[in-house]
Design a protein around this ligand. Structure first.
Ligand SMILES: Cc1cc2nc3c(=O)[nH]c(=O)nc-3n(C[C@H](O)[C@H](O)[C@H](O)COP(=O)(O)O)c2cc1C
Length: 176
């Protein structure tokens, strides 16, 4: 069994990105999925002074260890004003202080979704550029536009998008 991390880049309890990440991760054959739900791993706002005074928070260490012990990472990022959600960026910054290779060269399916027609493409493009510098091995990427029109746990409602995501999941399976 391959250990897959499903991570939604949001601290919303009802995160659509968490839902997409879990959906895609569960489609990977012979795998067991661990969900990193950022709403359950609260972290103080990163600051160099706080780090100097208090060190790395336990929740950042826990997330780091979960990524470390995985075989692959399925992540879907929320887009807030064209960029990462504050909760994701904060966790990301804390983790980068434990190990600069946050993603540990694990094969990654990188996704974004939003209720809008652009599907978080801005944050996707930004992550595609920057994640490799922090140890991401991006095997495939995917953006799901108009989440509430297109998402279904029984398969994406738009056939073209559904086929595209399935192909990307297969690419990830081959890389694990
Ligand atoms: C502060 C804020 C900024 C947002 N900015 C964007 C944006 O730039 N692009 C976009 O497509 N959606 C934007 N949205 C809508 C989010 O895509 C939507 O809230 C989505 O549910 C976030 O993903 P999540 O459910 O995984 O947290 C924004 C939402 C908030 C609260």
């Amino acid at each position: 069994m391959k250990k897959i991390i499903a991570l939604g880049g949001s601290n919303s309890k009802k995160s659509i990105n968490k839902a997409l990440a879990i959906y895609a991760a569960n489609k990977i054959k012979d795998s067991e999925v661990t969900v990193i739900d950022l709403s359950k791993y609260e972290l103080p706002l990163y600051g160099v002074d706080l780090e100097a005074e208090s060190g790395i928070p336990e929740n950042a260490v826990i997330i780091n260890n979960m990524l470390e012990s995985s075989d692959a990472i399925v992540v879907s990022l929320a887009e807030h004003n064209g960029s990462y959600s504050t909760a994701f960026k904060n966790a990301y910054d804390w983790m980068s202080r434990i190990n600069q290779k946050v993603w540990k060269n694990k094969p990654m399916l990188l996704m974004t979704t939003s209720p809008g027609a652009r599907g978080g493409i801005g944050v996707l493009e930004s992550a595609k550029m920057s994640f490799p510098h922090l140890g991401a091995n991006i095997i495939a990427d995917f953006s799901l536009p108009s989440f509430y029109d297109n998402f279904s746990e029984n398969g994406l409602k738009n056939e073209e998008l559904n086929n595209s995501l399935n192909e990307k999941i297969e690419l990830l399976e081959k890389a694990i």
